[in-house]
Design a binder for this molecule. Sequence first.
Ligand SMILES: [Zn+2]
Ligand SMILES: [Zn+2]
Ligand SMILES: [Zn+2]
Length: 337
Amino acid sequence: MPAKHDINKVGVESSDFPILCETCLGPNPYVRMSKQEFGNECKICNRPFTVFRWNPGAGARFKKTEICNTCAKIKGVCQTCLLDLEYGLPVQVRDAALGRKSQAPSSDINKQYYIQNLEAQMADSPDGSSTLDAEVANRAGREMLKGIARSDPYYKRNRPHICSFFVKGECKRGGECPFRHEIPKEGELSKQNIVDRYYGKNDPVAKKILREQAETKGMKAPEDKTVTTLLFLGLPQTTESEVRASLVGACPFVKPIDIRSITIVEASHCAFINFKQRQLAERAAEALSAQGGIEVGGKKAKVVWGRSRPQKGKAAASSGEASGSASGTVTVTGGSN
Ligand SMILES: [Zn+2]
Ligand SMILES: [Zn+2]
Ligand SMILES: [Zn+2]
């Protein structure tokens, strides 16, 4: 890949205005921006890009674009905060709710191919219509995203950063200090990585949102970490391979090899999906709950957690009522292992 070629590509994208969300832009749409061509390397594709800087409003810190125009377009995110432009949510939340694939290339070489492939795809269908059809079908996911999206811009996010000297008890600037004098909240949310956020993986903010979403829908993961089984309830006549295909389609992060077993109980119209790893079962539960269930054979089935201790006798799931009740009322029996 000759560097020249890359620079030309960037030249094409050297736009007059960056792709920004309302929050990052700030309340004044006529805000003045400084523009520096090839001012920095894009944090995703590592190509030089046009960096914009601006002050989004009184009491805010200066903001700048962190990733290039092309990378932002590919994912439909803001060039500064990398949140989805439509919903203001992390890519990982959006992708989970829409069952969207999020492959993250590992090496720099792969990254270059990845970006260039997507660029070519975008050139072929500028409106992205190819992916759109599948997602329109996912109405439940869209509704969920709309439900948790912020309706107003969240300007608090533009506040100055926390003063690192203050945190150490060493700031001598007092009221003159341009940074925030606050003790940062420790915890998983403080550990964010821009590349992970972009590709929609290991994003702690997204994890928190998805977990909370799942819990409000009665899909709280069982305390017992040995539980790795999900139940699909209200299935039409189906086969193991159809269930597997539906699951992998709705949760692209699940590979067929991650599924230990799928047991269909035809009489109860349900299936037991046993995952090899608890973590994956959790992710699948969160994604499927965001999508409002799982579509198998053209029918939306309900998803609930299984339980650890198999009980004797017929599963509670054999009752049609079980599908209408909250998770936890269904007992896993009939698993093949
Ligand atoms: Zn880029
Ligand atoms: Zn933004
Ligand atoms: Zn300070």
